[in-house]
Design a protein around this ligand. Structure first.
Ligand code: MG
Length: 462
């Protein structure tokens, strides 16, 4: 593709930031180095700049050869980025096995780059321990749009842990409507009706359904039928039923009822810990540790994590460091999944991103699930923020059902059908059949005699 102002603008607007590999030749030998500081400078003449440390061999060769190419890598080229960053010491020749091509200057162009610009050195400026190379663009190529490989916080490990560093192609939705959603509803929903909803949710493609909580029936009468409900759950090979347990007694009941996956947590707020369970956070963590061990003995899968991780109705802002520290302790217990709950719906997209970006690298291969409430209408914005930070599993409730018996201001979870709609529109798969979920939400509205906060169940009627 020859240079044209339009092509140049297209390349630079798509790949404004990202990981690039700067290449040139030392005699006949191709050389290259990963660099992040690359930007456009001028359209007329077409200039780009790249900044390289003076200690780098590539720096000295470009100063001598007078030409270089900048190759913009895609999210799928993490390995290549690491190779050219010198993070694959076992690879002696960085170009080994790569089908490089050349264009105007002879600088090596990496195969499958999202874009490359081929430049002669137009000017060199002293930038302290770096030199700023200004390149005049002689040729360029732009591929069809793809996701660029980005430095988030310069932790390569982070990208590696995520596999796909920007938006995923698939997201898991954990249906919590029958637990978190209805626990505050005064009108008791008969066990058989709950079972019909379970059937309906399975049919709508939900692969994990939190069916109940083993709590004191006097405090949460709606879930008093937990044992009977679990005993009658329909069996499917690819569907997991989980239950919330708050203490050892609840765990034992869940085990006796045949539950194979439990969910547990501790609030990051001393006030709430005291109100909920009459304990301190520390006592709660000790109980959790014993419960995780016990659940292991039962051969159960364990999901555990931090409640009110993004703000507490009583204490207000929760320190991120506290959430990180509790998460680290949960991970050290050997749990299968870590959950972070915005129980009070006080999170905002920036806080979610900050917290998640600290916790994901620490969690490594342990999935992190976000439990978001839409109390203040921030649910989907928060979900998108978490998604873009690398979270691929979320709790949702059909119809946006929800509330918490202990937190009066808590409102519903982000709605299953609304979340699925947003994700599907973004070409992200969930496996959820929106019309089927919508029908269940309308049925629940009729049953409870009130409108539910979701949107899509009102729009999708077939
Ligand atoms: Mg909740």
């Amino acid at each position: 593709m020859a240079y044209s102002p339009d092509n140049f603008k297209r390349a630079m607007s798509q790949f404004a930031s990202g990981v690039t590999v700067v290449t040139t030749r030392h005699g006949e030998t191709p050389i290259g180095i990963t660099a992040s500081s690359f930007t456009s400078l001028s359209l007329e003449p077409p200039l780009v700049l790249v900044s390289l440390n003076k200690r780098l061999f590539t720096h000295n060769v470009i100063a001598e050869s007078g030409y270089f190419a900048v190759n913009v890598l895609s999210a799928r080229q993490l390995d290549l980025g690491m190779r050219f960053a010198g993070m694959k010491p076992e690879i002696k020749d960085r170009f080994d096995g790569l089908n490089v091509t050349t264009a105007a200057t002879g600088a090596p162009l990496l195969p499958d780059s999202l874009a490359w610009v081929d430049c002669t050195v137009w000017a060199m400026y002293d930038g302290g321990d770096h030199t700023i190379f200004v390149g005049e663009v002689k040729d360029l190529a732009v591929s069809d749009f793809d996701i660029p490989l980005l430095y988030h916080n310069r932790l390569w490990r982070r990208s590696e842990a995520l596999e796909v560093p920007t938006v995923p192609i698939e997201v898991s939705l954990v249906e919590v409507g029958l637990r978190d959603g209805i626990q505050r509803e005064e009108k008791f929903i008969p066990t058989e009706t709950k079972l019909e909803f379970v059937h309906g949710l399975v049919e709508a493609g939900l692969k994990e359904i939190q069916v109940t909580s083993f709590v004191n029936p006097r405090i949460v009468p709606q879930l008093a039928d937990a044992d009977a409900l679990c005993a009658s759950l329909p069996k499917f090979d690819d569907v997991t039923y989980s239950a919330l347990v708050l203490n050892m007694k609840g765990l034992e009941r869940a085990a006796a009822a045949g539950i194979r996956k439990v969910d547990m947590g501790v609030p990051a707020s001393e006030t709430l810990a005291l109100k909920n369970a009459n304990t301190s956070i520390e006592e709660g963590m000790q109980e959790m540790s014993a419960m995780v061990q016990k659940a292991r003995e039962y051969g159960m899968q364990v999901r555990a994590g931090v409640q009110v991780a993004f703000g507490c109705a009583f204490e207000g802002r929760i320190e991120t460091a506290k959430v990180v520290s509790l998460s680290r302790r949960f991970l050290a217990m050997g749990i299968d999944e870590l959950s972070l709950a915005d129980s009070a719906g006080l999170g905002n997209p920036q806080l979610i991103r900050k917290t998640v970006q600290e916790i994901l690298p620490m969690a490594g291969s342990v999935p992190v699930v976000l439990h978001l409430h839409d109390t203040r209408g921030q649910g989907l914005a928060n979900l998108l923020s978490a998604l873009k930070s690398g979270v691929t599993a979320f709790d949702t409730s059909f119809g946006g059902l929800g509330g918490c018996p202990f937190i009066q201001t808590a409102k519903g979870n982000v709605a299953t059908e609304d979340t699925a709609y947003m994700l599907h529109e973004m070409s992200i798969q969930t496996g959820v059949d929106i019309p089927k979920v919508a029908a269940l939400s309308r049925r629940m509205e009729a049953l409870l005699g009130k409108e539910l906060p979701a949107k899509m169940h009102k729009l999708v009627t077939d």
